[in-house]
Design a protein around this ligand. Structure first.
Ligand SMILES: Cc1cc2nc3c(=O)[nH]c(=O)nc-3n(C[C@H](O)[C@H](O)[C@H](O)COP(=O)(O)OP(=O)(O)OC[C@H]3O[C@@H](n4cnc5c(N)ncnc54)[C@H](O)[C@@H]3O)c2cc1C
Length: 150
């Protein structure tokens, strides 16, 4: 097996084919990572969520990382790492981009359910708690493992 760098086009292929990212954020020196469904357009990754720890943390420190992979076997995989910046898409003042995020996400199967459900009942409030947010990509790198020798 050998590991090689992936081209930007190959990285974009993995991102375009995928639905699930690991989203890492950090507050007070403590990293936090969760799996999350994404949609992608140009330099923007779009997400849907309810309020909670990751949203609180990204509001206080908007620098985040994403990891997206294609895993065929221990010896054949592709992994893309994106660094970027969290930006919320509020219902007021962000109309078109929020709608764009929704229109891309709703093409994914079961896109809202994992982000819309919590293990404990949530307080019912007058305002919609649904959050759409974007990670604006700064950098993207990729590595691939292949069977055989280089
Ligand atoms: C396949 C898949 C797709 C998902 N898609 C989405 C999505 O599109 N949008 C979305 O918001 N969420 C999605 N989730 C759920 C996501 O991983 C988080 O569990 C969820 O967003 C709650 O995160 P939070 O920071 O708001 O946690 P909170 O509800 O605030 O809870 C924080 C506490 O719960 C623990 N915790 C939270 N999530 C997890 C977890 N996944 N595993 C173990 N411990 C956890 C934390 O360590 C912390 O102690 C998806 C999960 C999976 C497996």
């Amino acid at each position: 097996m050998f590991v090689r760098e992936m081209s930007r086009e190959e990285c974009q292929g993995v991102v375009a084919a995928g639905d699930l990212a690991r989203l890492a954020c950090c507050r007070g020196g403590q990293p936090y990572i969760v799996p999350i469904t994404y949609a992608h357009s140009g330099k923007a990754f779009y997400f849907f969520s309810m309020p909670g720890q990751k949203i609180d943390w990204m509001r206080s420190n908007p620098k985040v990382s994403l990891q997206i992979s294609e895993f065929a076997s221990n010896r054949r995989w592709k992994s893309v790492v994106v660094t970027g910046t969290y930006r919320e898409l509020p219902a007021q003042g962000c109309g078109n981009e929020r709608l764009h995020a929704w229109s891309l996400l709703q093409k994914k199967a079961n896109w809202w359910e994992p982000g819309g459900l919590k293990p404990v009942p949530q307080e019912i409030s007058g305002a919609s708690a649904h959050i759409f947010f974007c990670v604006e990509m700064d950098e993207m790198t990729g590595r691939a493992a292949c069977a055989g020798e280089q």
